[in-house]
Ligand binder design. Structure first.
Ligand code: OMP
Length: 241
């Protein structure tokens, strides 16, 4: 699939600010903000610092906030939790698609200004791991089933691995934002990720937003790493135009 061309300078990257301390998170956010569209705050920081970490990471940075709490509970509980964090005005909020249709719909209704983002099958799981938790695979099929269910329930964005993006795009159309973690620049360590691809491959497959954490944050200069991946993405878009 031909990648959709972008005119803004910030690359379609959500940097996963998975830091132990709020001071580190603030430093990483301001280093990467000139180069990327979005920063993602997840469980590690939010469970320690709560809403304060959103205010801090947002700071003076011109970035969208992706709040990755992966909510998964009964619909009323998820609705109330979603309402609480919607006050922080995140652009994206994650819920697990396996929570089911009513749970996803409850989150959508509770946060009309936020893109409720359904996580399909975690990128750390391969086909064998899926079987151990009783989800009918292969991962590719499970992702497609959950994506259709989530969009039907009102989710405006989906998280999947780069391997499933092209098929999902064909399935859900152009209006649903497709977000891919499991992104590893060539030559970097895949760590605990199972279904991975390079940033250029994920973008070429049709992803709208690439979630990248450790390849940017666990190097001496996160700002330079973000700038370098952003430049590589721009080159690959130009080459395929
Ligand atoms: O929802 C997510 O962001 C997410 C879903 C998924 O399936 N896999 C996944 O890795 N993530 C998140 O994406 C980030 C990936 O970070 P790195 O593996 O360091 O690039 C982490 O913050 C994960 O919590």
């Amino acid at each position: 699939m031909t990648p959709r061309r972008r005119t803004n300078v910030a690359a379609p990257i959500a940097v996963a600010i998975d830091a132990p301390e709020i001071e580190t998170a603030a430093r990483w956010a301001s280093a990467v903000a000139p180069h990327v569209s979005t920063v993602k705050v997840g469980l590690e920081l939010y469970l320690r610092y709560g809403p304060e970490v959103i205010t801090t990471v947002r700071g003076a940075n011109k970035v969208s906030i992706f709040l990755d709490l992966k909510l998964h509970d009964i619909p009323d509980t998820v609705a109330r939790a979603t309402r609480n964090v919607a006050r922080l005005r995140p652009s994206y909020l994650t819920v697990h698609a396996t929570g089911g249709r009513d749970m996803i719909a409850a989150a959508v209704e509770a946060a009309p200004e936020t893109r409720i983002t359904a996580v399909t099958i975690l990128t750390s799981l391969d086909d064998a791991a899926l079987e151990t938790v009783g989800i009918r695979g292969p991962a590719h099929d499970a992702v497609r089933r959950l994506a259709v269910l989530a969009v039907d329930a009102g989710a405006q964005a989906l998280v999947c691995s780069p391997h499933e993006v092209a098929a999902l795009r064909a399935e859900v159309g152009p209006d649903v934002t497709l977000i891919t973690p499991g992104v590893r620049p060539a030559g970097t360590d895949r760590g605990d990720q199972a279904r991975v691809a390079t940033p250029e491959e994920a973008l070429a497959a049709g992803a709208d937003l690439l979630v990248i954490g450790r390849p940017i944050t666990q190097v001496p200069d996160p700002g330079a790493a973000a700038a370098s991946i952003a430049a590589a993405l721009r080159r690959s878009e130009t080459a395929s135009a």
